[in-house]
Design a protein around this ligand. Structure first.
Ligand SMILES: *Cc1c(COP(=O)(O)O)cnc(C)c1O
Length: 338
């Protein structure tokens, strides 16, 4: 059955950027502490590029598409502490491309470390050219302007949208779904629930397409970090439908397959919550594993709360997809309480 993904994905250009497969590990101490189902972690924080994260899988396809078009400059966009921008900047270096970045100041009144440490420090180390924009700028239009400017100077830009969340980037998570099913099978268990942070939607959309393409009915829960539930689900659904069509399997994803729980966002994107802080400390101190404050910390906080509320059968196996981002911890040194 898994051959399907290899066959379907092989027609799309791909460059190798990630350390694959990423490990699938049991979390015995966290499972015991929560006293409910068995919790496993899919270590996409270990994709390897510039401290890892989920964008690297997507960029294997996005960057290959850029190279196939003969681009010499990548143009992309993200928040000041974007993990996507950091991984894109690193990939551009590895592939010999220039990298133009539009950074949106989504978090108000940033601390000094937020403005200069964590991911943005790494962007600067990779020599990305950074331009900052106020929150709520029309960044799609701004990217087009930057592309026009690059063309006028004789360059060949290739635009990667926020989070690399288009049908091309989502292929990275179509592929991850088959990798994960194969690993669970080899470890001798069935995944009863797959849980991931969901933001720009490519991860959740790609995973659901991959699962359904492989005839797996595994439920996938996205824990939101920015938008309200309906908006998040609609965004994921639209991208999942487009991705299914892109791989030649239109109609395999149903609206009811797309579930987002957006009760753990707190007061906004990138704004710390108590529960996130607790989740970061709990996972660190029970398993020696680092989360991030913006995505995986809030997502695990949601999972912990749902387990405590008895939402999952004790006999079930839950896989938490760790999407990475721990570089951003250093940007939150003033807000995280230890
Ligand atoms: C981007 C990101 C996400 C969200 O993934 P999307 O594909 O944008 O939904 C989750 N966790 C981390 C650490 C990220 O950087």
């Amino acid at each position: 059955m898994l051959k399907f993904c290899d066959r379907v994905l092989e027609k799309f250009p791909r460059v190798s950027l990630a350390h694959l497969p990423t490990p699938l590990e049991h979390l015995p101490n966290l499972s015991k502490l929560l006293g409910g189902p068995q919790i496993w972690v899919k270590r996409d924080d270990c994709t390897g590029l510039a401290s890892g994260g989920n964008k690297t899988r997507k960029l294997e396809f996005s960057m290959a598409a850029a190279l196939a078009e003969g681009a010499d400059t990548i143009v992309t966009v993200g928040a000041v502490q974007s993990n996507h921008v950091r991984q894109t900047a690193a990939a551009a270096c590895k592939l010999g491309l220039a990298c133009e970045v539009l950074l949106e100041r989504r978090v108000r009144e940033p601390s000094e470390p937020y403005a200069n440490s964590g991911n943005i420090l790494l962007d600067r180390i990779f020599g990305a050219h950074l331009r900052e924009y106020p929150a709520d700028t029309d960044l799609v239009a701004a990217m087009d302007e930057v592309a026009t400017e690059i063309r006028a100077a004789g360059g060949r830009p290739y635009l990667i949208p926020v989070g690399a969340s288009n049908v091309i980037g989502a292929l990275g998570y179509v592929s991850c779904a088959s990798e994960l099913l194969e690993q669970a099978h080899a470890s001798g268990f069935r995944i009863d629930h797959l849980v991931t942070a969901t933001g720009s939607a490519g991860t959740q959309a790609g995973l659901i397409v991959g699962l359904r393409a492989l005839q797996s009915a595994t439920p996938l829960l996205g824990i939101g970090v920015s938008s309200p539930q309906l908006a998040q689900e609609e965004k994921v659904y639209a991208l999942a439908m487009a991705t299914a069509e892109y791989i030649g399997r239109p109609g395999i994803v149903a609206r009811k397959d797309i579930i987002a729980n957006c009760n753990y966002v707190g007061s906004g994107y990138g704004v710390p919550t108590e529960a996130m802080n607790e989740a970061v400390l709990l996972l660190a101190r029970s398993e020696g594993l680092l989360l991030d404050p913006v995505y995986s910390g809030k997502a695990l906080a949601g999972l912990i709360d749902l387990v405590r509320k008895g939402e999952f059968d004790h006999a079930s196996n839950i896989v938490f997809l760790h999407t990475g981002g721990s570089a951003a911890l250093f940007a939150y040194v003033d807000q995280l309480r230890t």
